[in-house]
Design a protein around this ligand. Structure first.
Ligand code: G16
Length: 541
């Protein structure tokens, strides 16, 4: 065993979802090791315990796993489960942690961020419930990283990640596991596979885009092998370290190939995509796109069509910037509805306590209590189950939902890689205006509330403040402004816009048209253009 002297890095504070940095930063001397040692030093249960390790296969995945295994052995972890070839999607990691009662897991991914030597890398620690570590844990890890003086490792050869089975490293046993089977078995218990098989066996045509990221093997097993979809239904299904040069972010801006397959005369009935680590989803129908906020609301409204939820669900949760469409469903069903800060970690306590069964976010995340991460393929299978049971098109499902509950028009504008001080000025000057906005009229709309969102966890009473600026209007419309916690360069300003339309004859406008007034208000109050010099958002989703 070697004890290597080191000094702290100031920037190891985990963001919305773990520590994400450029690959070159993680390659820096002691950088990864310091962070991993800080995790071990704060998680006493891992000594003598079981740790799960896997990643999305991006560049540096293998190198990082070899370093982590040697450090885990030096620390005294008794046993590690590692995905074959170092692969494990984020929801599969959660499933494996739960199935084998592991003490925790390390997810190596920067999610939807680009990969390759010039791209991004990330490390996230998940706790024994299978979910991302709560803030109390990430803060302890950060505090430790700020005083770290050394880390421990073993001076030994790399282990073979490409062969299934058991190996040992020092006193630690390592099992290389099939990354797909446990997860696929779990999903099979959630949905009506016979109904989906019948749908697929008919004239229903669909595709799934794995974006050359981790979901390919999972999607091939579930959709083609177990559900009988034709070979080739899964496109871009081979995981590549640079995601084939693409941006593995399933949204209208980055999944253009798939989008075009759902448009025009020969359009597919259904198409879906997932991101780098397999936890996000995008749902498309023939000539239509399902806004993620609507997806959560629709799945919650139809939960009893899924075998695992045939008796209904106790409650739902959405992150604060996610549209309020789900709240309307919860109200009608008479179930609890929670509004949490951005970040899947905030759903964990509610799921563990059985207060909710479904949760989701505007950022293309949907999931249930089957794991403690959002789950791209879970959402895809849920939609296939829904279409099979309702025997109708995606557009008809949307129309029916809006006719029943009203439509929450929704769009998000992102200004990326803004200089950090300018982004902070935008937020600070807007926050200073909030008290006087309450009760005022903005472009003819009355402001009913304006605040910086703060959340008190109903299970452990922990408080998370400064979670984003909200301006709510008396007609149900809403503006939200916050800085992203997942970027690796400069700051990303996110502006979330939402309006409510109960009138069926006005529910089919393009989102940008329906929200144009709100865009004007957002630009006026935030002064984004004047402060940052930007003339338009970089990405609209
Ligand atoms: C992560 C988190 C999500 C969050 C998203 C965007 O997703 O798990 O909860 O909504 O980032 O966060 P932000 O707005 O702070 O950038 P992922 O898929 O990147 O792990």
């Amino acid at each position: 065993m070697e004890i290597v002297a080191s000094t702290p890095f100031k920037d190891q504070k985990p963001g919305t979802s773990g520590l994400r940095k450029k690959v070159s930063v993680f390659q820096g001397k002691h950088y990864l090791e310091n962070f991993v040692q800080s995790i071990f030093d704060t998680q006493a249960d891992l000594a003598g315990g079981l740790l799960v390790i896997g990643g999305d296969g991006r560049y540096y995945n293998d190198t990082a796993i070899q370093k982590i295994l040697k450090m885990a052995a030096a620390y005294g972890v008794a046993r590690c489960l590692v995905g074959h070839k170092g692969l494990l999607s984020t929801p599969a990691t959660s499933a494996v942690i739960r199935k084998y009662s592991a003490n925790g897991g390390l997810v190596l991914s920067a999610s939807h961020n680009p990969g390759g030597p010039k791209g991004d890398f990330g490390i996230k620690f998940n706790v024994s419930n299978g979910g991302p570590a709560p803030e109390s844990v990430t803060e302890a890890i950060f505090a430790r990283s700020q005083i770290i003086e050394s880390y421990k490792t073993l001076s030994t050869n790399d282990i073979d990640l490409n062969t299934l089975g058991t190996q040992s490293l020092g006193n630690m046993s390592i099992e290389i596991i099939d990354p797909v089977k446990d997860y696929a078995d779990l999903l099979e218990t959630e949905f009506d596979f016979d109904a989906i098989r019948n749908l697929i066996a008919g004239d229903f045509r669909f595709a799934f885009d794995a974006m050359h990221a981790v979901t390919g093997p999972y999607a091939i097993e579930l959709l083609e092998n177990r559900l009988g979809a034709p070979n080739g239904t899964v496109i871009n299904g081979t995981p590549l370290p640079d995601f084939g040069g693409g941006h593995p972010d399933p949204n209208l801006a980055h999944a253009k190939e798939l989008l075009s397959m759902t448009q025009g005369n020969d359009a597919l009935d259904f198409a879906a995509a997932s991101d780098g680590d397999g936890d996000r989803n995008m749902i498309l129908g023939k000539n239509c796109f399902v806004v993620p906020s609507d997806s959560l609301a629709i799945l919650a409204a139809n939960a009893t069509l899924f075998p695992a939820y045939k008796n209904g669900i106790p409650g739902v949760a959405r992150s604060m910037p996610t549209s309020q469409a789900t709240d309307r469903v919860a109200e009608k069903l008479g179930i609890e509805c929670f509004e949490t800060p951005t970040g899947w970690k905030f759903f964990g306590n509610l799921l563990d306590a059985g207060r909710i069964a479904f949760c989701g976010e505007e950022s293309f995340g949907t999931g249930s209590n089957h794991v403690r991460e959002k789950d791209g393929l879970w959402a895809v299978l849920a939609w296939l189950n829904l279409i099979a049971k309702k025997d109708t098109s995606v557009q008809s499902i949307l129309d029916e939902h809006w006719a029943t509950y009203g439509r929450n028009y929704y769009v998000r504008h992102d200004y990326e890689e803004v200089e950090s001080d300018k982004a902070k000025t935008v937020i600070d000057q807007l926050e200073a205006q909030l008290p006087k906005l309450i009760g005022s009229q903005l472009h003819g709309r009355e402001v009913s509330y304006a605040d910086n969102f703060s959340y008190t966890d109903p299970i452990d009473n922990s408080v998370s403040s400064h979670q984003g600026l909200r301006i709510g209007f008396s007609d149900g419309a809403r503006l939200v402004f916050r800085l992203s916690g997942t970027g690796t360069q400069g700051a990303t300003i996110r502006v979330y816009l939402e309006s409510y339309e109960a009138d069926i004859s006005k529910q089919h406008l393009p989102c940008e048209e329906a929200l144009s007034e709100l865009v004007a208000i957002a630009l006026d109050v935030s002064q984004i253009e004047a402060i940052t010099g930007r003339k338009a958002p970089d990405v609209i989703t």
